[in-house]
Design a protein around this ligand. Structure first.
Ligand SMILES: [Zn+2]
Length: 139
């Protein structure tokens, strides 16, 4: 679940329709005018900006996943923005292993729910760990 939205779509601020951003970016590059939806509403990247609420259905899907997962991994986050930072804790409080990988401190450092805390670059640490867990051979 992309709780804080996505840059891979644009969203109409009036009707909520989500579409591929490329033609709208091209329109803006060409005209320097803000792109609009067919309904007349302004378009912006489908990210959650400060002051915008998270989407309730996304929060519910995340909570549901936290209630069913076997492992929770927080990657590249200070875990300081709530309620998103509560999602991995909800899973960990069920007793599933909780791994935190981040360069720099996180708000969950030192919590008893954290099973493994790795300090460093997610892009360097996580892919080889997944490959090792899956038994993938390096070429
Ligand atoms: Zn619209």
């Amino acid at each position: 679940m992309e709780l804080h939205g996505t840059n891979s779509l644009v969203e109409c601020q009036s009707c909520g329709r989500r579409t591929d951003p490329e033609r709208h970016f091209e329109f803006f590059r060409r005209t320097r005018r803000p792109p609009t939806c067919e309904c007349g509403g302004f378009l912006k990247p489908a990210t959650i900006s400060f002051g915008q609420n998270l989407r309730l259905e996304d929060l519910e899907r995340a909570a549901s996943a936290a209630g069913e997962c076997d492992l929770v991994v927080a990657l590249g986050s200070t875990l300081s923005v709530y309620p998103a930072a509560d999602v991995p804790l909800a899973a960990a409080r069920r007793g599933v292993p909780y791994v935190v990988i981040n360069r720099g401190p996180t708000e969950h450092d030192g919590l008893r729910e954290v099973t493994l805390r790795l300090e460093g670059d997610v892009g360097e640490i996580f892919p080889p760990a997944v490959e090792a867990a899956l038994g993938v051979q390096n070429p």
